[in-house]
Write a protein that binds this ligand. Sequence first.
Ligand code: NAP
Length: 245
Amino acid sequence: MSTTWIILGGTSTIARGFARAAAERGEGVILAGRDMADLEATATDCGLRGAPVAEAIPFDARDADTFTPILERSKALDGTISAAVFVGSMPPQDEIDEDPALINGVVADSFTGPATFLTALAPEMEARGKGTIVGVGSVAGDRGRLGNYVYGAAKAGFHTYLSGLRNKLGRAGVHVVTVKPGTVDTAMTWGLEKLPFLAPPEKVVADIFKAVDKRKDTLYTPIIWWPVMTVIKLIPERIFKKLEI
Ligand SMILES: NC(=O)c1ccc[n+]([C@@H]2O[C@H](COP(=O)([O-])OP(=O)(O)OC[C@H]3O[C@@H](n4cnc5c(N)ncnc54)[C@H](OP(=O)(O)O)[C@@H]3O)[C@@H](O)[C@H]2O)c1
């Protein structure tokens, strides 16, 4: 009996590639998100590529009422349940500075919404004693930078949550992979200038499945971001606070 992936943020550029790759591996996909027409189109594509389950379901990270039908659908699935979180939003930092109320939404999208959903899903996965959770964070969560520190703070919260969840669920045979992409050529970055090491989403998807299969704990993708972030994390704060990177 194969895995069925519950994919939160199923309209994300990276998630679409992830769902197609899962389908080609013979795995099922349930695409959850806000744009049902987009999700249905990806589900149809995944069905044609061989996914044994290919469905779309509404999900809004800021509305916990949308979580219940997905959790009920998960319980009714045969085989292994896995989950992948691609939800996130990154309004420009200067817009947040103008309207601090935006912070709640950024944190709900990247951290509290997905964490609330995964916490509710965890007992079913623990009971089955298998499955994988892929949580997409960001290198932005490794250090607070001038240009996106609210987004980075939300991702840092999600990283810490995933670390604890890995500790808890690993005891039951469920594996949690934290994914930290650098810059990826997706809707989130279109229009932004000066992006170093911009990666195609297909590269990130291939790296994620390698990490899933090898049961890696944390993945920097592309791998160049591991040395880059190692250096960035080592810069003393008295110097870092003056940098514009
Ligand atoms: N692109 C990069 O350079 C980069 C780098 C590091 C990390 N990441 C992370 O990678 C993940 C995927 O992003 P992407 O690059 O593929 O960009 P994207 O295409 O903009 O995807 C963002 C996704 O989040 C969804 N979303 C936002 N708020 C939501 C909400 N309240 N409820 C439900 N869904 C919501 C969007 O849904 P709608 O279509 O409904 O808006 C979309 O599916 C995100 O977590 C992002 O933070 C991206």
